[in-house]
Design a protein around this ligand. Sequence first.
Ligand code: PMP
Length: 432
Amino acid sequence: TALTPHEQTMVARRRRLLGPAYRLFYEHPVHLVRGEGAWLFDAAGERYLDCYNNVASLGHAHPSVVEAIATQARQLNTHTRYLHDTVLDYAEALLASFPAALGPDAGQVMFTCTGSEANDLALRIARAHTGGEGVVITSLAYHGVTSALAELSPSLGEGVPLGRHVATVAPPDLYRRGPDMPARFAADIAAAFAGLARHGIRPCALLVDTMFTSDGVFPDPAGFLREAAAAARAAGALFIADEVQPGFGRTGTMWGFARHGVEPDIVTMGKPMGNGHPVAGLVAQAAVLERFAATARYFNTFGGNPVSAAAGLAVLRVLAEEALPDNAAAVGTFLAEGLRDLAGRHALIGDVRGAGLSIGVELVRDRATRDPATAATTRIVNALRQRRVLISASGPGANILKIRPPLCLSRAQAEMFLDALDAVLREASAAD
Ligand code: PMP
């Protein structure tokens, strides 16, 4: 399949109009015009199985969210400096999805438009609360686009320097580090805060994506974050859970941190929060917000507007009505079992790990050395795209297939994914 003349023109126009910082997916870019459930449709009407977009978590163009946005937009869209019921109803419903320490009686919500803004705000709050600056993150973390967060996002590459108040720790990689990983991960965090303190930088926060998505998807063993958070708190830092990727049911529970039986001091969220409408924010214990609120006023023009609140409220309603976290757990388990079955037939698969519909499949050149199969992974991602199945890869060796379909994925669609992957793995081994 080749690009149409119109698509070739689009590629050239993008380059000219948007500049070189924008990258397209795939050797053969995809031109999408419509979405429904887990399906995407290109300009020629061809259907693609979306196993990548973790934003339209309820399914693309979910009618309940579209309707809620349109209804509110027809009435009023202002900001949080006027009284409005919807934003309060939404805040209440959102807090109700948290454990008691962050729930409606103890937690508070602050609204932003992007996950980056939510993390940025969380850091300001943590600095005010602790009086410290030092932040510990994982070595291939991604936390956002602002200059403060680029300093906390080593996955952006060597050209983007980390802040001098930032220390990295190796990711909680059970596959490579073995069963004593949880204790070592916690010890690394303690050592990282101690190292910062030796340079006069006092502890502020441990900030992690609770599924470690950009590091390579590290969910197991459930519970290891408890020890990590305890190490951060012992150093005097807050534990900030970045739920931008795992939040809103993806891991089979509403929040990724819940799998670990730990309660964060601040939880940041975004991406699926409005199913595509830009809604993001954070939830924190009221006591944690106090010092920040005493010294700063906060106003975000678009954050928490009635249209965004209506979208967010509709998302929470649909998650419950369609039992999507449960579906993510059930179909995720089915998919992971199917992937382990494929591992029995394809030596390229070194490890399969995940929670719900956040799954990583690590491809290795040799199961003994665990040498990353980087080139093969790129070929497989592109071959899946040719079969109209969309995924991506992550990790330091770009050799971990990142599978994050909408939470409404059916078993039949999971089977389609497995069949397509089986076929491209067979082609890959025939090519070697
Ligand atoms: N944190 C994590 C873990 C993310 O994956 C992302 C986005 N990829 C962000 C924060 C930033 O969110 P946004 O792009 O909405 O600013």
